[in-house]
Write a protein that binds this ligand. Structure first.
Ligand SMILES: [Cu+2]
Length: 638
């Protein structure tokens, strides 16, 4: 069947005479940007003391109006879009349309976010320790292990610590023949015979070679390895992009024109070039449910590369995929992933999405191509943004730090002039101070969303019939869709109680990690666990109840539960109900009696033991069969 829209698009393209472009895999993770200018500072989160940007009167320009410190860092991640398998609690293999990790592969397998700083992401696979990544890695390399992984095998996984961008490789060294070399003082201008858009930039090393007189025509003073001082130099011969400058020691060197021996060589560089074989080896049938976990901090810039590796089990389909951050304040509609209004990624192509991180909270993400189908089939992932308050210095006043955010129009939340303010100042300064390693769900300003451990928990449902016809080339009945497998982090009870990633042998004959996230909640003595719950179920509402430990709901759809006057509207319940497309934040407090503000010290801890999170919708406690599957997991209180 011809795609009518495709023909219209072709017509428009030819009207603008855009040259035909081959699709390719690329990856992008800059070490610095305009708003994060110092590369060395972008590999960790600096402390938050004051806002980055305070607009001055009459100025709307970032640099001239900037009066504060640089906050946040740069984060990067690469994912594949394609297909794969998961194994359900009753042993049934389920076919997925899915996303898989193409960076942070070890962290993902360990149940952590695969979001990395540039100094981790921009690292090619270490060829010296192993030849190359093979299909199924890291599951394949960890070896033929039993499921679930034993503690010793988990240790092996932790030792397998490659988290860089899969396929990232050096672009080859470039050699350009030189047309002209001239000198003014000791500033040398080199004009080559080709455009030097090969990532050459000031600070790079370049090696000039050539035969000196009398046999050759290149004075020895030009020859050697130098640091480039300028690129894109206007000159009398060729476009500026053909020329660069460096500084020589010798002066008064004669000009060389149309040399037959002079050559500039530019060292190999990491410029986003990837080896497509590694992308295909690791990305194909690499489906994960939930899709790779992402986590960023407020003030970060996030570069997320989606690589569409195609769906091997459905070669008849030419499905595009996108990434849609659900409910997220986007940097631009261009990166929203809704195919009608932004780009979609074709098979054999990569695209890097760009996000800012303005508002803390629990979000989630999914593919936005034919959402009922691609969501049902497994293209659903978790995403959260950590608040600035985590980065307030030890003993800093949380209320004062929260007030600082109102000085920057980009981060301000002032109820008096913003009725949509999602994170108002608390009604009073409780005097809550930052504690060592303090982690919070929101910029609460009063310490009430502090937690000791956090667990992303994705609720999802599968219709096994839909997955089966989706795998077997049959038309899918959308109106008949009815979820019958009920999943927490892609697993049904009792698989929810397995530590470590679950493996599945896929159609390529090798094992792949398929369901990396455990759903066991472990709370330290008297501690607090933040459950970041999201529901991406397509056809069912889902209810999750807590037996023995009250659920305190502190946030809903990535918004702090607080009125515009600053009163906390948290409520305590024993069950929550979510529809697909909703998220909420729940704190399970293993403390029976807690002291008052500002420290909220636990005076009586709950008894150690095993508690349960389960669905009281009893038909959701099995996977379309007796006594197996369903939405249930354990809470271990130490
Ligand atoms: Cu998709």
């Amino acid at each position: 069947m011809f795609n009518t829209r495709g023909w219209i698009a072709l017509g428009l393209l030819s009207a603008f005479a855009v040259p035909a472009m081959a699709q390719s895999f690329r990856v992008q993770c800059p070490t610095s940007t305009i708003t994060h200018p110092t590369a060395a500072n972008n590999n960790s989160e600096p402390a938050y003391a004051a806002p980055t940007y305070r607009p001055t009167t009459g100025s709307s320009d970032y640099t001239s109006g900037k009066t504060g410190p640089v906050n946040g860092a740069i984060k990067c991640q690469q994912i594949s879009g394609g297909d794969g398998y998961a194994t359900m609690g009753d042993g049934t293999q389920t076919y997925l349309f899915s996303f898989g990790p193409l960076s942070g592969v070890t962290d993902i397998a360990l149940g952590k976010p695969g979001t990395e700083y540039p100094n981790v992401f921009n690292v090619p696979f270490p060829v010296s320790t192993s030849n190359f990544l093979v299909p199924g890695d890291p599951a394949t390399t960890i070896g033929a292990v039993t499921v679930p992984l034993t503690p010793a095998q988990l240790g092996t996984l932790a030792a397998y610590n490659y988290n860089g961008a899969v396929g990232l490789d050096y672009d080859i060294a470039n050699i350009a023949s030189i047309y002209d070399i001239s000198e003014a003082g000791n500033v040398v201008t080199v004009i080559t015979n080709v455009p030097l858009d090969l990532n050459l930039k000031p600070g790079d090393k370049v090696t000039i070679s050539g035969s000196p007189p009398p046999a050759g025509d290149v004075p020895a003073g030009y020859v050697g390895t130098f640091t480039v001082t300028a690129v894109n130099v206007a000159n009398a011969f060729f476009p500026a992009s053909y020329a660069f400058r460096y500084t020589a020691t010798a002066t008064g060197l004669a000009e060389v024109t149309m040399s037959s021996t002079a050559v500039a060589s530019i060292p190999k560089a990491l410029d986003g070039h990837v080896d497509p074989r590694q992308i295909m080896d690791v990305g194909v049938l690499n489906g994960n449910i939930p899709a790779p976990l992402m986590a960023i901090d407020e003030d970060d810039e996030f570069f997320l590369t989606l690589t569409n590796v195609g769906m091997i089990m459905r070669p008849d389909l030419f499905e595009q995929h996108t990434v849609h951050f659900h409910g997220y304040p986007n940097a631009s509609a261009f990166y929203d992933g809704v195919p009608d209004a932004s780009v979609a990624i074709n098979i054999a192509a990569s695209f890097t999405y760009y996000y800012l991180a303005p508002d803390a909270g629990t979000y989630f993400w999914h593919c936005h191509i034919t959402p009922p189908e691609h969501l049902q089939m497994g293209m659903v992932g978790q995403l959260y943004v950590r608040p600035r308050q985590n980065r307030v210095a030890l003993n800093g006043n949380l209320y004062t730090a929260r007030q600082q955010q109102d000085l920057d129009l980009r981060t301000a939340c002032v109820s008096a002039n913003d009725i949509l303010c999602s994170n108002p100042l608390p009604v009073a300064n409780t005097g809550a101070l930052q504690v060592a390693g303090g982690q919070y769900a929101y910029n609460d300003g009063d310490g009430t969303t502090r937690y000791d451990v956090e667990y992303p928990l994705q609720i999802h449902g599968f219709d096994p019939n839909f997955h089966f016809v989706g795998m077997t080339f049959n038309p899918e009945g959308f109106a008949d869709m009815k979820d019958k497998y009920f999943l927490l982090n892609g697993r049904s009870y009792p698989d929810t109680l397995s530590a470590g990633p679950l493996q599945t042998q896929s159609a390529d004959g090798v094992n792949h990690f398929s369901q990396p996230l455990s759903a066991i909640i472990t709370i330290p003595h008297g501690g607090r666990a933040l459950l970041r719950i999201s529901d991406l179920d397509v056809s069912e509402y889902q209810t999750l109840a807590s037996l023995g430990i009250p659920m305190q709901v502190i946030g809903y759809n990535a918004k702090l539960l607080r009125d515009q006057a600053g009163n906390n509207l948290y409520y305590t319940t024993n069950s929550i109900t979510l529809a697909g497309g909703e998220s909420l934040d729940v704190i399970l407090d293993a403390c029976a009696v807690r002291g008052p503000a500002p420290t909220y010290t636990c005076t009586t801890a709950m008894a150690a033991g095993t508690y349960y999170l389960y669905t009281p919708n009893l038909d959701h406690l099995s996977n379309d069969a007796e006594n197996f599957g369903g939405l249930m997991t354990e809470v271990h209180v130490n």
